[in-house]
Structure formats: structure tokens, C-alpha cells
Design a protein. Structure first.
Length: 168
């Protein structure tokens, strides 16, 4: 395809600005550089929040906004490779399920006792109602990672034109 021009990778500022402008938009396509710069921002901000911000409400609000950002970018990244964005929804649903299961199972209460019982903790983690969804979540996240590493499709797909390649 000699009628194709490859655009340069996005820098940090450009990638975050692009993603921030599409905070709640999971339509269209996103480049690898947009996803990975946003992921780096997500990790750094959450690290800073966990170390310096002692207000859990502020931390949770900021983390949720960043999670929304990274989720939307990931869906668009999957679209760029021609894959369905429902993989991200599956990962989120499995994460929420596992979190609620741990809350309901008494896991956190067991951990916060003076001498946590290893047997009780292992009993919770060996329960198929937690084990199976957790394994599925791991598989889904590996699939998302692999899809995210794939190169953009040069041609336009059902999600829109390529953000990386310009057809002349």
C-alpha cells in the first residue's frame, strides 16, 4: 500500500489531551501511544494519591475519573485493532463481582483481626464463586493486553478511520 502515510506517535501531553477530550466516548479508535501514555498517567496519579492524599473520598473520586478515562481509551484501542470493546465491560463486571464477593464473604473483617486465620482466608480464596471469576478476569485481561499490543488496521473499519494511517 504505497498510498498510506504513517503519522508519528503521540507524545504524553497530546495523548492525555486527546483522551481527556473523549473521557466518556468509547466510539472510534485510539492509537497505542494514547493508551499507554494514559495508562502511565493512571498509575502515577494513583501512586501519588495512595501516598499523599489521606482523604479517601477525594482519592476514590479521582481514581474513578481516571478509571473512566482508561476504560474509554482501552475500548477505542480495541476498536482500532478491529476488536469489540465488550472485553473491557467483561473485565469491569468480573472485577466488581470479585470485590463484592470479598466484601460479603467477611474477607476484610478476617484480615483486620489481631491474628488473621490463614485457614479462613484460604477457604475464601478457594471458593469456586471467587476462584472461577478471578481466573476468568485474568484471562480476559490478558486478551485485552494482547489485543492492545496489536498494530492498527490501516484501512477504515466499522469503528471509523485509522488514527495512525492516512490514506491518500
Amino acid at each position: 500500500m504505497e498510498n498510506v502515510t504513517k503519522l508519528p506517535s503521540l507524545g504524553f501531553k497530546e495523548a492525555v489531551k486527546t483522551a481527556w477530550g473523549k473521557l466518556t466516548d468509547s466510539n472510534g479508535r485510539a492509537r497505542r501511544s494514547e493508551l499507554w501514555w494514559c495508562f502511565l498517567l493512571y498509575v502515577i496519579v494513583n501512586l501519588v494519591l495512595s501516598i499523599f492524599v489521606k482523604n479517601p473520598i477525594a482519592s476514590n473520586v479521582l481514581s474513578t475519573i481516571l478509571l473512566l478515562l482508561i476504560s474509554a481509551v482501552t475500548v477505542r484501542r480495541l476498536h482500532d485493532t478491529g476488536k469489540c470493546g465488550w472485553w473491557v465491560a467483561a473485565s469491569i463486571i468480573l472485577t466488581v463481582y470479585s470485590s463484592f464477593y470479598l466484601i460479603g464473604s467477611g474477607f476484610y473483617e478476617t484480615l483486620n483481626t489481631v491474628t488473621p486465620s490463614q485457614e479462613e482466608i484460604m477457604k475464601i480464596f478457594k471458593d469456586p464463586l471467587l476462584l472461577v471469576p478471578t481466573l476468568l478476569q485474568g484471562i480476559v485481561n490478558i486478551v485485552i493486553l494482547i489485543f492492545s499490543l496489536l498494530d492498527s488496521k490501516v484501512e477504515e473499519n466499522k469503528y471509523g478511520p485509522s488514527p495512525k494511517y492516512l490514506l491518500k
